[in-house]
Design a protein around this ligand. Structure first.
Ligand code: SF4
Length: 232
């Protein structure tokens, strides 16, 4: 299914989780195993990440001079078919943005995601943040030009510009995951170095399954009937 952003509305049943985008960027098969086959295995990396997110969501709101902070905000976009939850959305007092209840003036939303480790080499974190911003833009009827990550190693905040290129990549990932879910077919295995850090390694068995796949090819070749020109 190819969908044109903002041209249709998805139903509740068709919404996909923002986390599925990250799984898909890491490995489409992992995305299928988790979201179509409900396979989930927690390893040390995912356990530490979950504990960090639980801590981030412990308090709901906080006010600081010029900044209002909301934690654990539910996110949805019916035009993109997305649902999720933001770790933190900061609202900075600004000359543009949205009105907040009980506060004068305008406030610029600024999503912040907390990550246990260091910045990833792939685009999955940025796509997650951009997807959150796209949901917030639809929910709040405003534009969100940037957001940030707070990484644990090293402990620092990285600002991310949500530019046209990142939005395009994010929309392509959203389309791919909708297609995957609609087709309900988990992609086949392909062993890569990243498999060694995959929480689903023991369910997926990429080396074994990949080997079987080769055996399948070998057997089908071995039993292939000769073509007419090869008939003795
Ligand atoms: S083990 Fe490898 S192929 Fe299997 S789901 Fe994980 S990353 Fe994907």
């Amino acid at each position: 299914m190819a969908f044109d952003s903002y041209s249709k509305m998805f139903t509740e049943e068709q919404l996909i989780s923002i986390s599925a985008l990250q799984h898909w960027v890491f490995c489409p098969r992992q995305c299928g195993l988790i979201h179509l086959e409900q396979a989930w295995a927690e390893n040390r990396l995912t356990a530490e990440g979950r504990l960090l997110h639980d801590r981030v969501h412990e308090s709901d709101t906080e006010n600081r001079p010029g900044v209002r902070i909301v934690r654990g905000l539910r996110l949805v976009s019916y035009s993109l078919g997305l649902v999720g939850q933001a770790d933190v959305v900061e609202f900075h007092r600004s000359d543009c943005g949205v009105e907040l209840p009980g506060a004068s003036g305008l406030w610029q939303p600024f999503p912040v995601e907390y990550k246990r480790g260091k910045p990833k080499k792939d685009n999955s974190d940025n796509i997650q943040l951009c997807a959150q911003a796209l949901c917030l833009e639809e929910m709040l009827h405003t534009e969100i030009p940037s957001g940030a990550f707070f990484y644990g190693k090293p402990r620092r905040r990285n600002e991310v510009q949500l530019d046209a290129s990142l939005r395009e990549i994010t929309c392509r990932a959203i389309t791919a995951v909708h297609d995957l879910f609609e087709g309900r077919h988990t992609p086949s295995v392909r062993y890569a170095k990243k498999c060694d850090n995959c929480s689903l390694y023991s369910q997926c068995l990429p080396k074994t399954t990949g080997l079987n796949k080769k055996i399948d090819v070998y057997l089908s070749k071995a039993y292939e009937l000769p073509g007419p020109e090869e008939t003795p």
